[in-house]
Design a protein around this ligand. Structure first.
Ligand code: PLP
Length: 474
């Protein structure tokens, strides 16, 4: 494909994406076809000769791929947590793909590293993160592919610290322990397992039954029991906005315990961290000055397409010491001068995409006020929905809703609630998912699409209310 062909095909693809966004609401939010439908519609072998026009590929996208998609950008998508993209994010990613540079070293493409450092400082400024995370001090930020990777990198660095640096040479030489609440994300268990601590290396700390947030007293008891058994507490992962209910763990108390015992504190704010662009939602940051590392996903609630996790450490030297490996073929004068950042040392893979471009496009297009408006709209729409639940005696709220997720259920058994979810999702107009809160089946409605309006919330409520009528009168 030469540049002239790319220009023509590229315009067609951009038109296709714009049309998709303009019409996505007319589609069912999630497909109803059985497993294997998409695969069966594709040829079993690749083409021998190339040269297929982009129009033919786009036609197959329309007829084969799109009908098999769950439409995360649909205004009726309320599942999981939001995963919204935006025009500026797509354009920034397109430029990144077009440039095709590798940012593993500063020397491998200096602007790739320097734009990322500045974007991470911009984000820290926008969210008013503690000074210790800024690159102007001992800390700094880096873009990881996901919050899961951020947790893994934090865990590895915590092991480096807890072992007094021996972990790099000898591997796991003691029983190191990680702690998170019973609602800590599954990626924490995975990180602990990858780090070699085994599944029993993680201690799941009980939560307050009212707030679903970690109980600091239970954390302290678990740490002391492990110390008494000769184990080494290495890392506590606290969550701002747990996946089930968006509970906020009490960082001031948890942080003080970590400081007392010299344990690494990682704060996972994958979804809810974005809320901190709004000053009125920054109460979530109380106690963040204790954290050794912190992450959130702009790819969830900040209009930046997957993948983009913003990860900061308070002491970048520890992170680099833990992860650096320097083969001869990467040696260069800039790295040896010590004056540059080599992000390959801040992550698991060597290679890295130019992800900061999409953040740069997003931050410049929306500005702080545009992003705040997006977050505030999500919070207000969630409150509108919660108000419907609160004032209907057939329903109950299952947890507080400080952000844009509402957890609720019918005052009925688990099977009836599961049937309610299946029934509204079958309409194709909305897509919700579920969790369990205190052992009980609970529906989750998470707002995040910039296309979602009050009318979509009201429609979701009408569908739920009508389905409840049918189920309760059976
Ligand atoms: N942590 C929390 C609290 C989450 O809610 C999620 C995903 O929803 C993750 C981590 C994992 O995020 P990622 O897909 O970026 O790894």
């Amino acid at each position: 494909m030469d540049p002239a062909e790319f220009r023509r095909a590229g315009h067609a693809v951009v038109d296709w994406i714009a049309d998709y966004w303009a019409t996505v609401e007319q589609r069912p939010v999630a497909p109803a076809d059985p497993p294997g439908t998409v695969a069966a519609a594709l040829p079993s072998e690749p083409p021998t000769t190339g040269g297929e026009p982009v129009e033919a590929i786009l036609a197959d996208l329309d007829s084969i791929v799109v009908p098999g998609l769950t439409h995360w950008q649909h205004p009726g998508f309320f599942g999981y947590f939001p995963g919204n993209t935006s025009g500026p994010s797509v354009l920034g990613d397109l430029v990144s793909s077009g440039l095709g540079v590798q940012g593993m070293l500063w020397a491998s493409s200096p602007a790739c590293t320097e734009l990322e450092t500045v974007m991470m400082d911009w984000l820290a400024h926008l969210m008013d993160l503690p000074q210790r995370f800024r690159s102007t001090g001992a800390g700094g930020g880096v873009i990881q592919d996901s919050a899961s990777s951020a947790t893994l990198v934090a865990t590895l660095t915590a092991l480096h610290r807890a072992s007094g640096g021996r972990w790099r040479q000898t591997g796991i030489d003691r029983r190191y322990r990680a702690y998170t609440s019973i609602h800590g994300h599954s990626s924490i268990e995975k990180a602990v397992r990858i780090a070699g601590l085994g599944s029993d290396g993680i201690r799941s700390i009980e939560v307050d039954p009212d707030t679903q947030a970690m109980l600091p007293g239970a954390l302290r008891a678990a740490i002391e029991a492990d110390l008494a058994a000769g184990d080494v507490p290495a890392i506590v992962v606290a969550t701002i906005g747990t996946t089930s209910t968006t509970a906020v763990d009490p960082l001031p108390e948890i942080g003080a315990i970590c400081a007392e015992y010299g344990i690494w504190l990682h704060v996972d704010a994958a979804y809810a961290g974005a809320a901190a662009v709004c000053p009125e939602l920054r109460w979530t940051h109380a106690g963040l000055e204790y954290a050794d590392s912190y992450c959130f996903d702009p790819h969830k609630w900040l209009l930046t397409g997957f993948d983009c996790d913003a990860f900061w450490v308070a002491d970048r030297a520890e992170l680099i010491e833990a992860l650096t490996v320097l083969p001869e073929f990467l040696r260069n004068a800039a790295s040896e001068s010590g004056a540059v950042i080599d992000y390959r040392d801040w992550q698991v893979p060597l290679g890295r995409r130019f992800r900061s471009l999409k953040l740069w496009f997003v931050l410049r297009w929306y500005g702080a006020e545009g992003l705040r408006a997006h977050i505030r709209s999500g919070v207000a729409l969630a409150e509108r929905f919660a108000e419907r639940v609160r004032t209907d005696t057939r329903f109950e709220l299952a947890a507080a809703h400080p952000f844009s997720l509402v957890c609720f259920r019918l005052r009925a058994d688990d099977d009836t609630n599961a049937a309610l979810l299946a029934s509204v999702n079958a309409t194709g107009r909305v897509h919700l998912t579920h969790t369990r809160v205190a052992g009980r089946y609970t529906l989750r409605l998470a707002v995040g699409s910039p296309q979602t309006t009050e009318a979509h919330i009201d429609e979701a409520w009408t569908l739920l209310s009508d389905a409840a009528n049918t189920l309760l009168t059976r």
